[in-house]
Design a protein around this ligand. Structure first.
Ligand code: FES
Ligand code: FES
Length: 161
């Protein structure tokens, strides 16, 4: 076992892990941050996306020991300080960007990373960015619409589905 230390959602976190322990498992099993979902074992679904040192990362593609010393943010850090939904989360609710919600943490974390780098993306850019996030329920349209709305753009021309 190896001890890892990192900052998770602004707080110091540590734990003993095996060399093979994934960051996703460390977050869920050691830190009980179960908002980071695991939806596949092929690194395709994106349900596990977190931010590591400000970059969107699939937490199932990184070992916990690789994140030693890193600044990690999970979906649990996304709400506003008063507990209300942040702009992206609220847009997902307002525009029905979720159904079962399983993909939603990863979608929100990916959307957050996209809007940090590209505050006014086009629809095509949003769809391209979400290439690594799979949703089995929504058909993506309302997810894209929610992210466009979260970026402050007019989505009235994007028909509801
Ligand atoms: S659990 Fe990480 S991509 Fe599916
Ligand atoms: S809302 Fe069910 S997988 Fe996306």
């Amino acid at each position: 076992m190896t001890q890892v230390k990192m900052t998770v959602n602004g707080k110091a976190a540590s734990g003993d892990v095996e060399g093979r322990t994934l960051l996703a498992s460390f977050l869920r099993d050691n830190l009980k941050l179960t908002g980071t979902h695991i939806g596949c074992d092929t690194s395709q679904c994106g349900a596990c996306v977190v931010h590591v040192n400000g970059e969107a990362v699939k937490a199932c593609t990184m070992l916990a020991v690789e994140a030693d010393g890193a600044d990690v943010k999970t979906i649990e850090s996304m709400a506003n300080a008063d507990g209300s939904l942040n702009t992206i989360q609220q847009a997902f609710q307002d525009h029905h960007g979720l159904q079962c919600g399983f993909c939603t943490p990863g979608m929100v974390m990916s959307a957050s990373a996209l809007l940090k780098d590209n505050p006014k993306p086009t629809v095509a850019e949003v769809r391209h960015y979400l290439d690594g996030n799979i949703c089995r329920c929504t058909g993506y349209h309302n997810i894209v619409k929610a992210i466009m709305a979260a970026s402050g753009q007019d989505v009235s021309a994007l028909a509801a589905e």
